[in-house]
Write a protein that binds this ligand. Structure first.
Ligand code: ZN
Length: 118
């Protein structure tokens, strides 16, 4: 219901986001990653991975480890609207070279972090 309202508010221009958070029990197949979602793999109380499809357009699935015992790792919070904030920033080391922050569900590109084709 909340997502439905969020979708309406976004449509009306009252709420801004690129991504909403969604929790799943197993890591999604790269072809089944839903567009517009940051998918968090949760096993019981343990958050394992955050997966998004690269917003730079290369189509790559980005998997961020949420395991506190591993490096690098990321932390995620979401607001009342299920809009995720991720820290630190996400930097793709492939040819796409995307570098961005996710704050309150919005992609914020770092300087020089956009794909060259833009
Ligand atoms: Zn990319």
């Amino acid at each position: 219901m909340k997502r439905f309202i969020a979708t309406l508010l976004r449509f009306a221009g009252l709420l801004k986001y690129d991504l909403l958070i969604r929790y799943v029990p197993t890591i999604p197949d790269r072809n089944s990653l839903p567009a517009g979602y940051l998918v968090v793999v949760q096993d019981g109380d343990i958050l394992k991975w955050a997966c998004i499809s690269c917003p730079g357009g290369c189509g790559e699935t980005i998997s961020l480890s949420l395991n506190p015992n591993r490096r690098p790792r990321w932390s995620i919070v979401s607001d009342w609207w299920c809009r995720p904030s991720v820290s630190p920033s996400v930097h793709q080391k492939n040819s796409c070279g995307c570098h961005f922050w996710i704050r309150n569900g919005e992609i914020h590109w770092c300087a020089g972090g956009r794909p060259r084709s833009d």
